[in-house]
Design a protein around this ligand. Structure first.
Ligand code: NAP
Length: 316
């Protein structure tokens, strides 16, 4: 008798995804296994686990892939691939899929939301009202978004969607990517430092790779300047967080809007105490609508793979 197809779901993601996977496969819920029992668990079920479904926070690392000799596909519920050992997947002939496009609008909206929230200090204003301070004084003046110069690092799917939104606010757009986009009307900067010097708002929207780790360092922060703000909806490790914190504390940077952190979900105490930043817990794509679209794409990729049809959104 053929072994049923086992799917290892790394994190809970959505109830809808769990339900759709359970209908089709034997679903293993990895997050429910205590860390000290995981090795034993994988050993016990490795014969049937043919698919791993992870996301941008936890994917399929070397250790996990090595523990699954019959793994055929990693179907990621994210567009970032930095949590998957792609080299090892290539070596072992393991297919990899992801969920680009399904989340582009949502994450771009989040970038605009964080930009506005940081410039207009909406979270601090909310705290001000709740503390009853409105009766005693007016809230401090904030900074306008419309018409500012926006620098985007990574003019990919999300970066381009952010650019279109910023254009509607009358902003001028510059970008830094690996390559100049021939059909783009935005100004290309081969150097991220020059992009920062020419921008008032710097938005990080590139993939996390060896080259882009700490692409925002002290030099870039200082080039952006004391009135500048940084928004990060990509990955925490794009920013040298210690440098970001010292710039915010020393007034060398006006503010930051961060959906992702270097060691999330750990939040440095120094960030908690700052009033000129807005934090969100990696929820760029976390709406009911987008999570459903992402879940559908994961399921469709798995169905295509296990019925020998072309994958919808293949990486490998
Ligand atoms: P994408 O379409 O593949 O775009 C990635 C961009 O990164 C491209 O413009 C690429 O430049 C640029 N890039 C790659 N290496 C670079 C380098 N060394 N220097 C400068 N730019 C570089 O991906 P996407 O769908 O827009 O997603 C972008 C990232 O957003 C993902 O990788 C993920 O980490 C993050 N994300 C976050 C959330 C969230 O919840 N906060 C949700 C989804 C995605 P070229 O075009 O020149 O190749």
């Amino acid at each position: 008798m053929e072994t049923p197809i086992g799917v290892l779901l790394i994190r809970p993601l959505s109830a809808y995804l769990q339900q759709e996977l359970s209908k089709r496969y034997t679903l293993f819920k990895y997050w429910q296994v205590p860390p000290d029992l995981r090795r034993e668990f994988l050993g016990k079920h490795s014969n049937s686990i043919k698919a791993v479904v992870g996301n941008g926070v936890q994917g399929a690392d070397t250790e996990l892939i090595d523990a699954l000799p019959f793994l055929e596909i990693v179907a990621s519920h994210s567009s970032g691939l930095d949590k998957i050992d792609l080299e090892l997947c290539r070596e072992r002939g393991i297919r990899v899929t992801y969920t680009p496009d399904a989340l582009t609008d949502e994450v771009a909206d989040m970038a605009v939301l964080l930009t506005l929230a940081t410039l207009r200090r909406i979270c601090a204003a909310d705290r001000f009202v709740r503390r009853g301070e409105w009766k005693k004084s007016d809230f401090n003046l904030t900074t306008k978004f419309s018409g500012k110069s926006v620098g985007i690092i990574g003019l990919g799917r999300i970066g381009s969607a952010i650019a279109r939104r910023a254009e509607a606010f009358g902003c001028s757009i510059g970008y830094h990517s690996r390559s100049q986009k021939p059909n783009s009307r935005y100004k290309f900067y081969p150097s991220v430092l020059n992009l920062a010097s020419d921008s008032q708002i710097l938005i990080v929207a590139c993939a996390l790779t060896q080259e882009t780790r700490h692409i925002i360092d002290r030099h870039v922060i200082d080039a952006l300047g004391r009135n500048g703000i940084i928004v990060n909806i990509a990955r925490g490790s794009h920013i040298d967080e210690a440098e970001l914190i010292s710039a915010l504390v020393e007034g060398r940077l006006a503010g930051a809007g961060l959906d992702v952190l270097e060691n999330e979900p750990q939040v440095p105490n120094a960030l908690i105490g700052l009033d000129n930043i807005v934090l969100s817990p990696h929820v760029g794509a976390s709406t009911v609508e987008t999570r459903k679209a992402m879940a559908d794409l994961v399921v469709q990729n798995l169905e295509a793979h296990f019925s020998d049809k072309p994958l919808l959104t293949p990486v490998i």
